[in-house]
Ligand binder design. Structure first.
Ligand code: SAH
Length: 204
């Protein structure tokens, strides 16, 4: 079984991940608790793993690169679309701290149940069963939104539920040509910047 430290050393040596908080979050949260039991021995290989129901827990490097683009901070109010295993939500929970809040939405009931069970001790995380294309309206807008399934365009509801100066990170494009974009919402427009090509399951 590969150790966590090997992935950490790789990210540090290649300067792929730079933020110290991300290393700490990665050390604090156990990916082996989120993968299916039959894949536990592969938890620290840099590869996506099947969750059933057409979903996968993303490759660790992809997860970290998306979080690095999102820049979660203590106290942030963050929305995630595509809970899957709950692993990314657990990392977000660590990064926003007790004053922050994470809301995560999953479309598949079985995965909602799976993730809810794994996230039950993460008090700042709320797991919602529903269609993430419509976001999840709360009293306050979100400072940051992360989408972990790809679609051809940005769902309008997500733009509306994001604060001005907020950041949205999501994969956009068809299956064979997806790029993850970091999108800044300003008063007038959405500013997009690609952080590279990746492969995601589709947003339903
Ligand atoms: N973030 C996850 C990886 C998720 S894979 C993790 O850390 O494990 C993408 C997930 O998005 C799948 O679980 C899929 O069921 C879910 N999904 C797809 N379309 C969705 C939608 N419209 N609303 C909410 N979840 C959706």
């Amino acid at each position: 079984m590969l150790a966590k430290n090997q992935l950490l050393s790789y990210w540090k040596a290649k300067k792929i991940i730079k933020a110290e908080q991300l290393f700490q979050a990665f050390l604090a949260i156990k990916r082996e608790d989120f993968v299916l039991p039959e894949y536990r021995h592969q938890a620290y290989e840099d590869t996506p793993l099947p969750l059933g129901h057409g979903a996968t827990i993303s490759q660790p490097t992809t997860v970290m690169l998306m979080l690095q683009a999102l820049k979660p901070k203590q106290g942030d109010n963050i929305l995630e679309i595509g809970t899957g295993s709950g692993y990314n939500a657990a990392l977000l929970s660590y990064l926003v701290g007790i004053k922050g809040k994470v809301t995560t939405i999953e479309y598949v009931k079985e995965l909602f149940d799976y993730a809810s069970e794994r996230l039950k001790d993460f008090k700042n995380v709320k797991v919602i069963y529903g269609d993430g294309k419509y976001g999840y309206k709360q009293k306050y807008l979100y400072n940051k939104i992360i989408v972990t399934a790809a679609s051809d365009d940005i769902p309008q509801a997500l733009i509306e539920q994001l604060r001005v100066n907020g950041t949205l990170v999501m994969p956009i494009g068809p299956f064979h040509n997806q790029q993850v974009f970091k999108i800044k919402k300003t008063k007038k427009e959405l500013k997009r910047k690609s952080i590279g090509n990746f492969i995601f399951v589709p947003l339903k």
